[in-house]
Design a binder for this molecule. Structure first.
Ligand code: TYD
Ligand code: MG
Length: 454
């Protein structure tokens, strides 16, 4: 049956627009992502040429950036991820699984900013005023700068924002917002796009910092088109195991700072608390004298963090051995096992191997290669690696141990937490300034490990 002219198809993944349905998106090559939606009427294009000039070009040297443009949220971990505080007029997307603590974090941000004499408007399309108040009571006391609004109508919300002129606005969540003029359901591609562009205009036009909460799909990206991520200034993901109490806030995109930084939080009875010493926290449950457990010093952004890597190597019951990695890349684990087999002669063809980054953290940094290899060797040989050893290093295909970045910061972190010995790449020897209080073992090839007697 012929389709009406007033509908178009959007790719759910990248936002590609097409007049007919297609199995594969030509934009992002994903399958089965097209959904049908009502066409949005775009105003008369010719007006673009006849309109009055509103904005004019400026000389770059005339533009001043003042330190006051950044507002501190009074949550150090969040400020760091944002690049040193919240920028005025910025649009920030906060994504994460349901129940991870997005609303709680933003309510705490609202509280801190309202106590610092900023006018804050928290708009919820998900919860009632009472529900928000109940959560707010757990967090602490608020003052008159904090305004709440429960609404999902875009027109109404925009009107309210223009009228109250807040400095900070929180939209919880973008998937519940809808424009009456678009007939598709809230959360659909065109609704999400429309809502984001309205908030973008308000943020840039009025200099309001807007936080947008976005739900994530099973694949872990913010539901709705990728264009949403392109439109905003900053994308933060809140991740972690919902059953464990700690949470990691990670910057994925940031127009005002680095995207490597992470913030670590702990969910308590009275809201999220900052974890300023994550290493201590990550190592708190480490078993003593257990084979297959190794501590590595990983680097997230500018902050070194000690984490425990666990490996379990057991005899395989099937023809094809099982290999699994939790918290790190399975391909990396497979590659390291192949290196160990080839370079060290470890017979792992009949062994299942499981690697886990304890604490539920996700690390993809190459500096943990040595830790993964060492934990696999330790479990395979059933030999305990002493508790006071930390290791760091990237491993290449010929078994060579390659340099890692910021070696001094890593060794220093190990020293700070009372470790006595650190296994480091030989190529980093000249860079290391710390010589006292910690024993350094330099290795140039993974085979050097075998000759060490722990
Ligand atoms: P919430 O912030 O509602 O998550 P999201 O908005 O990401 O869906 O998450 C709240 C969860 O955290 C919920 O399971 C209750 C719990 N919680 C605490 O443990 N302590 C607290 O102080 C608060 C406010 C919530
Ligand atoms: Mg919520």
């Amino acid at each position: 049956m012929a389709k009406g002219k007033d509908t178009v198809f959007f790719c759910n993944n990248c936002g590609h627009e097409s007049s007919k349905w297609m199995g594969q998106c030509p934009g992002c090559k994903e399958w089965n992502t097209f959904v049908e939606e009502k066409k949005i009427n775009v105003g008369n294009k010719s007006s673009l040429l006849s309109g009055k000039i509103v904005s004019r070009p400026m000389q770059i040297n005339d533009i001043s950036v003042e330190a006051e443009d950044r507002i501190s949220t009074n949550i150090g971990e969040l400020d760091r991820v944002l690049g040193g505080g919240l920028m005025a007029g910025s649009l920030t997307l906060v994504g994460g699984d349901p129940g991870i603590g997005k609303s709680t974090l933003l309510l705490q941000v609202c509280r801190n900013l309202s106590l610092a004499n900023q006018k804050v408007l928290y708009i919820s399309g998900e919860e009632s005023l009472k529900q928000i108040k109940l959560r707010a009571d757990r967090i602490g006391s608020f003052d008159e700068n904090m305004l709440l609004l429960c609404d999902t109508s875009l027109a109404n919300i925009a009107e309210n924002i223009k009228e109250t002129k807040p400095a900070i606005v929180v939209i919880d969540s973008i998937q519940t917002m809808y424009d009456e003029e678009i007939s598709s359901a809230p959360g659909s591609v065109s609704q999400v796009r429309q809502a984001t562009s309205v908030f973008l205009e308000l943020a840039k036009g009025m200099g309001i910092s807007i936080f947008i909460v976005g739900h994530v799909t099973k694949e872990g990206t913010v539901a709705g088109p990728r264009v949403l991520e392109h439109m905003v200034d900053t994308v933060l993901y809140f991740e972690g195991d919902r059953h464990a109490s700690y949470r990691v806030l990670r910057g994925v995109k940031n127009r005002f700072g680095s995207t490597n930084e992470i913030g670590v939080f702990r969910m308590d009875n009275d809201g999220l608390k900052e974890v300023t010493n994550p290493s201590e926290y990550m190592l708190s449950g480490k078993p003593e004298d257990a084979a297959g457990s190794v501590v590595v010093c990983s680097l997230e952004g500018t902050r070194p963090m000690l984490v425990e890597i666990q490996a379990l190597v057991s005899t395989s019951g099937f023809g094809i051995p099982r290999r699994q990695a939790i918290g790190t890349d399975l391909n990396k684990v497979n590659l390291l096992i192949a290196v160990l087999e080839k370079r060290l002669g470890l017979q792992m063809t009949n062994c299942d191997a499981y690697v886990n980054i304890a604490g539920g953290l996700k690390i993809s940094e190459p500096g943990i290669d040595m830790g993964i290899a060492l934990s696999i060797i330790s479990s395979f040989k059933n030999k305990v690696i002493p508790d006071d050893i930390v290791c760091v290093g990237e491993i290449g295909l010929s078994g060579e141990v390659r340099a890692v970045s910021m070696i001094n910061e890593r060794v220093n972190e190990a020293l700070k937490l009372g470790f006595k010995c650190c296994i480091v790449p030989k190529v980093c020897e000249s860079q290391i300034k710390i010589k006292k209080d910690i024993k350094l073992i330099f290795v140039s090839n993974i085979s050097d490990i075998m000759s060490l007697d722990f």
